[in-house]
Design a protein around this ligand. Sequence first.
Ligand SMILES: [Ca+2]
Ligand SMILES: [Ca+2]
Ligand SMILES: [Ca+2]
Length: 339
Amino acid sequence: MRNGKRIISIITTCFMVTSLCVMSPTPAHGASKEYYVSASGSDSNNGQSKDKPYKTIDKALGNVSAGTTIYLMNGTYKSSNTYKLSKSGTSGSPIRIMNYSGHKPVVDFSSQPYADSSRGFQITGNYWVISGLTIQNAGDNGIHISGGNNKITDCFITKCGDTGLQMSNGAYNNEITRVTSTYNYDSKTNGENADGFAAKLSIGSGNVFRNCNALNNSDDGFDFYSAGNAVKLYNCEASYNGKGNGNGQGKVGGNYTSDNHYLEGCVAIGNKKRGYDQNNNTGYITLKNCTAKNNNVNFYFPKAPSSGTHKFSDCISSGGAGKDVIVGATVVNCSFNTK
Ligand SMILES: [Ca+2]
Ligand SMILES: [Ca+2]
Ligand SMILES: [Ca+2]
């Protein structure tokens, strides 16, 4: 069932991002564009080498400007505060927060109160890169983005009190790549809100997810409720979502916004309610080489789009308790369970 995903995963090219900044052996104070942070470091170090690392992410963030890279070394970094990323990089000089090569840092927000304001990383700026981190136990979203041209890559987000990674409030041109978001759960509302990923409540254009997995979240896998712009997904999986009062949809649409979302090479397995759901989106949806298996209903598109047709090709439906509902679609080489 996942051949398409595997094949495309294999041919996906990984770009290694390296700093253009060359450090002199004794950089002048304040000249460094690279900072190192270690759980066993000290904020009285200069932070400019892996042998003199800072202890806290906050200390490093106080020094950032366009072109800065913050390397996090092994360890668990606990914070009760939200890291508010309001500065901006540029297209050629983003601001990076990333794991030091081979290290697996964990950023833990378990001391945050459970509250809408308790986000882990809040990106209101542009041209940030967050890469190679585990982000866990935020009181609300692990990462919330309202800025543009940000990249989140190779991160693992888990056990947050609301959606793991959310884009809202005009977020545009953000690229989310190889991120897994799992076991997020809003306990006080019995699971009705915490999606794996959300691009909802007024986003801008150009947001893309590639090779991302939303697994075992209490609400939906990928939620595009009231997005207001189209989202693209390539080789993404939404499986086993829907606990408590959660809806349990793999990929969902719109709340009467007209958003022509595009999904290619995606998989939805075992979601409580539906695999792919129109959710009152009035735009047309493209599903190319998408599979759904053992969701309560695999494909649910009960209304024709307000203009054009849905475009479904090379899609496979198998298992599931209820029948697929396909209305207003151009269907090519699909096996839906509509009889
Ligand atoms: Ca919330
Ligand atoms: Ca819900
Ligand atoms: Ca949702």
